[in-house]
Write a protein of this length. Structure first.
Length: 375
């Protein structure tokens, strides 16, 4: 069984190692996406709060419309880091392409006009990580490789299930294949739990997103092209956000979903500061009718089922930000482990393949020699 499982493990690794390297290396970099953006685009993504109060949402929305009249707002991210600029998703009239702008929430000044979702380096890396630059079908492809990452972790655990006997053994003075074998086992065992989490949560998101796209646009139905404002312009967004804070105890809005196609409404997503480090900052939400402003729904993650809480935890677990800088560094380093696993694994596979080939050649030479002697 172990021989068959080893072959399966090896062939899965060989089939997936290039895409997995791309996915895992970009994922490790993106753990520190905002930190990288802060170095490269400090004047765009960072603002000076300096004890100031942010402007009302109504004033900020008015600034967006006056500065970019050809665009409609479709989403608004309000970060819990007070020195991080607001991110405003938009769609230009006559198109269905999502773009985003950056705005100083204390002055109402746009820091970046609406641009494509892959305009900056880390945005491009995010698309590469998420879809391999292949659009919606890329989500399905990356899901397959994410599942393979899980299977590699599971088969590796089974193959090295007695790892505790020599877990920290690295035979430095042994042959290279022995040293690489030890290094491969140790790296795999240390990294496997995190890689399993990353593979499973990544596959879950991509598959559900792809399924949603298929359902929404089955039969070739096109995305809605923005033609006009899809909500009542007389509504006060600030009043709705203030009301959302009263609907759910300790609710803090972190993202507002605007109507982006006919039939959609305003949804205020937010954090409820529950004390559970795995509950995301978008776990709860309050929805209002886009035309009347009437309250429609409140969803408090603290009252949700265990299954819903587990699914919500996928965000924190995938991004590795549940324990601050410590978990982010850990996720970043372990996310790079497939690079070492690929190098050591390919070397081990190649050396064993050469050993089998040499043994086969020796058997053939011996058989030829015996045949010649018999003649």
């Amino acid at each position: 069984m172990n021989k068959t499982l080893f072959k399966l493990h090896s062939w899965m690794a060989l089939a997936a190692f290039v895409p997995l390297l791309v996915i895992c290396i970009t994922g490790s970099i993106l753990v520190f996406k905002h930190e990288i953006d802060s170095l490269l685009l400090a004047d765009k993504v960072r603002v000076d709060s300096n004890g100031r109060e942010r402007l009302s949402l109504d004033a900020l929305e008015a600034s967006m419309h006056s500065n970019f009249p050809g665009y409609e707002v479709t989403g608004w991210a309000l970060f819990q880091d007070k020195d991080r600029a607001d991110l405003v998703y938009t769609i230009q009239h006559g198109t269905d392409e999502w773009t985003y702008a950056l705005m100083d929430q204390y002055t109402g000044e746009p820091l970046r006009p609406p641009m494509g979702l892959t305009h900056h380096l880390t945005d491009w890396l995010l698309d590469l990580h998420y879809t391999l630059l292949l659009g919606d079908w890329g989500m399905l492809i990356t899901s397959v490789f994410s599942i393979l990452l899980c299977l590699l972790g599971i088969t590796g655990f089974i193959l090295y299930r007695k790892f505790w006997k020599n877990f920290f053994t690295l035979r430095w003075n042994a042959r290279m294949i022995v040293y690489f074998s030890d290094l491969h086992k140790m790296t795999g065992i240390i990294g496997a739990p995190v890689l399993l989490i990353l593979g499973f949560t990544g596959a879950w998101w991509n598959i559900t997103h792809f399924a949603h796209e298929l359902e929404e646009h089955a039969g070739g139905a096109e995305h809605y092209k923005m033609a006009e404002r899809l909500y009542n312009d007389d509504l006060s967004l600030q009043a709705l956000m203030d009301d959302a804070g009263k609907r759910i105890q300790n609710f803090e809005t972190t993202y507002i979903s605007f109507p982006w196609e006919p039939g959609t409404n305003f949804t205020f997503w937010g954090d409820v500061h529950s004390g559970n480090p795995l509950i995301s900052e978008y776990a709860s939400n309050v929805t209002y009718n886009a035309q009347s402003g009437e309250h429609m729904l409140s969803y408090d993650i603290r009252d949700a089922t265990l299954g819903a809480v587990i699914v919500d935890s996928y965000r924190r677990l995938h991004f590795g930000n549940f324990a601050g800088l410590v978990s982010k560094i850990l996720w970043c380093v372990i996310g790079l482990s497939p690079l070492l696993l690929s190098i050591t694994g390919i070397y081990i596979w190649y050396q064993r393949r050469e050993k089998r080939r040499n043994a086969r050649d020796k058997r053939r030479a011996k058989a030829a020699a015996l045949a010649g002697a018999a003649a």
